[in-house]
Design a protein around this ligand. Sequence first.
Ligand SMILES: Cc1cc2nc3c(=O)[nH]c(=O)nc-3n(C[C@H](O)[C@H](O)[C@H](O)COP(=O)(O)O)c2cc1C
Length: 394
Amino acid sequence: MRMITSGESHGPALVTILEGLPAGLALDQGIINHELARRQRGIGAGPRMRIEQDEARILGGVMGGVTTGAPLAILIPNRDHKKWQGKAVEPLTVPRPGHADLATAIKYGYRDLRPGLERASARETAARVAAGAVCKHLLSQFGMIVGGYVTAVGEISVNVGEMPYSERIARAEANAVRCPDPVSENAIDALIRQAITGKDTLGGIIEVLALEVPAGLGSNSQWDQRLDARLGAAVLSIQSVKGIELGSAFENAHIPGTHAHDPIRLESANGELIRPTDRSGGLEGGITTGQPLIVRAALKPIATTLTPQNSVDLATGLEVPTGYERSDFCHVPRAVPVVEAMVALVLAEALLEKLGGDSMADLLLRYKTLRRARLSDLPMDGTPHVFWPAGGSQ
Ligand SMILES: Cc1cc2nc3c(=O)[nH]c(=O)nc-3n(C[C@H](O)[C@H](O)[C@H](O)COP(=O)(O)O)c2cc1C
């Protein structure tokens, strides 16, 4: 499976192509619009969120409400575009520290910073969320759920304690901070409002879970097939994400091995191999363990600040303060569906690799044959083997 996107922040539209979907998946634009609306909700969003009201149009890959197996093409018009049509725009020559303005101008030799920021802009995440909606919908046909929530904004960390995973997802969805804990929700809400009035911006941490994931997705036979590596690349590709953590990775680095790993136990009733903890985040050796996937993304604060920052006017060579472009103050709550989308994309791709099959009927049939984490499914008899014969030749 492969996703590519095209389009500028204020251009006519965004386009997503999703290649490799199986045939026979019932799909309509309502499924995509639902996720697009989720991306537009959340405290800390800039005024553009009220203008956009994204609506997707499926242009290819679906006939009669069902995927055909051909590439899926999704169009999301930019409602804001009409304001820019035919309008002469003042050149932008003062790059914002932390945004892609200077880097793209150096790389491409732009005479105006606008082309760089138009494509770097996280408006592009709408196209990713559209593809992610389709991937989430595909995964749900196999009982998998991908959902997320905010675990930190600025200096406030959310303590979710022992709250069940599905409850965290449901609670977060019910508030504008996307926070599962009501005490932290209020504190974060106040902190974001304070940042807005203080003309500053905030970053934070998002946790995304994938539940009911079967064991055995991904591979460790090559570096680029490891699911941990693929999740890392996908999540780090999101604008402003600068760190990723799987399970309790950073905490594990500080404690002894006897405390860092997830013990393996045998459930005597059904012979299932269970893991009472999930410090690995559902991945060992780049392969899913059958435990929930736990992916955390660290987002830096928004680069566009109402309070000017130090920069240089590239047209005059003078040191000047940055200007302001309409912008989010804290994008963390509304970035939750974006991280979910990238996790769903990687997971859907791994599922299709595992099951093969060109149609949903093939996939659902093969899904039943997936190995469970059961002792009886493992064909081990304890006999010794000679893996490398003496003399070196195989
Ligand atoms: C959902 C979302 C919304 C964002 N909104 C803004 C914004 O309004 N203003 C801004 O300066 N950056 C915003 N960003 C971050 C920038 O797109 C990002 O910092 C920039 O493209 C440079 O890329 P980098 O931070 O990955 O280096 C947003 C990111 C996400 C994920």
